[in-house]
Design a protein around this ligand. Structure first.
Ligand code: NAD
Length: 279
């Protein structure tokens, strides 16, 4: 399962670093997940992004164990869902996830959504801080946090999240939130980096892809990498899994980056983080 592809890493707080590229398994049915993750590992992926809400943590863990590679080769992220906010619930949720994954620790544990209407995310964050100190998560972070939510957890606990995982792609570039992250030393992770495929028919992206002899998906993923963003596109087809990681042998020019920047239209494909409450 050796791979010759060198994936860049980004340092997080402490002595943890995160591979800038990985596999997302949202909407991958559990019965397909082990094979999906094993295919990706074979192609050189070592970073897997799952969540308790995806219902496939156990199968992610099975693939990691079946790979025969050392645990330290992997970077595994999972997330605490909306129904598990609050100190005790979040503490329990992490233990349940570790049981599902059959791992002693995760590399990154995230608050999946802030659910401001519950007003419990500060308490949840405190549980995360303690779990990290107990060695159950090497790094802790958040997802779908807006600037006000970030400010609040930092002000009230003194601990800055290592990452914020947000919807981000050429049609939703989140410049303001990315600036806030840069100012606070928070690494940006992009979810739906391909806008679930929506951006792949864009003529500007197609023409850049032609110029490099690459696919539109490779161009969009390369754009994220050059912006310093962490990505984990989802695919269950072997060919696309291999295609998506094959982005470290070409470079977009400043002009091409500017052409993609001009595509921003503030368009979400997923829920608004200020509103989303699904339990
Ligand atoms: P994505 O942008 O990665 O798009 C995935 C879809 O794009 C695939 O289903 C496929 O249809 C298409 N695709 C993938 N590779 C392709 C290729 N090479 N050519 C053509 N089409 C291709 O969307 P996603 O799965 O929503 O996001 C990626 C990951 O982000 C998820 O799996 C999950 O881990 C994470 N995520 C997190 C949140 C959150 O709230 N934190 C929300 C959504 C997703």
């Amino acid at each position: 399962m050796a791979s010759s592809i060198e994936i860049p890493s980004i340092p997080l707080a402490g002595d943890v670093s995160i591979p800038q590229f990985g596999l997302g398994v949202f909407q991958v049915p559990p019965e397909e997940t082990t094979e999906n993750v094993l295919l990706a590992i074979e192609a050189g992926y070592r970073h897997i992004d799952t969540a308790s809400a995806y219902g496939n943590e156990a199968q992610v863990g099975q693939a990691i164990h079946a790979s025969g590679l050392d645990r330290s080769e992997f970077f595994v992220t999972t997330k605490c869902f909306n129904s598990d906010h609050g100190y005790d619930s979040a503490t329990r949720a992490l233990k349940t996830s570790l049981g599902q994954l059959e791992l002693e620790h995760v590399d990154l544990y995230l608050i999946h959504w802030p659910v401001p209407s519950q007003d419990r995310y500060v308490e949840t964050w405190q549980a995360f801080i303690d779990a990290q100190q107990a060695g159950l998560a090497r790094a802790i972070g958040v997802s779908n946090f807006q600037p006000a939510h970030l400010r609040r957890i930092i002000d009230e606990t003194g601990v800055t999240p290592a990452v914020n995982q947000i919807e981000l792609h050429p049609y939703l570039q989140q410049a303001g939130l990315r600036r806030e992250h840069a100012d606070r030393g928070i690494v940006t992770e992009a979810w739906s980096p391909l806008a679930q495929g929506l951006v792949l028919d864009d003529p500007a992206i197609a023409s850049i892809a032609d110029a490099h002899g690459k696919s539109p998906a490779q161009v969009v993923l390369r754009w994220h990498i050059q912006l310093g963003i962490v990505v984990f596109p989802k695919s269950v087809t072997a060919e696309r899994i291999r295609e998506n990681i094959d982005i470290f042998d070409f470079e977009l020019s400043a002009e091409e980056l500017a052409q993609i920047e001009a595509l921003d239209r503030g368009e979400r494909t997923g829920p608004d983080p200020d509103e989303f409450t699904r339990p």
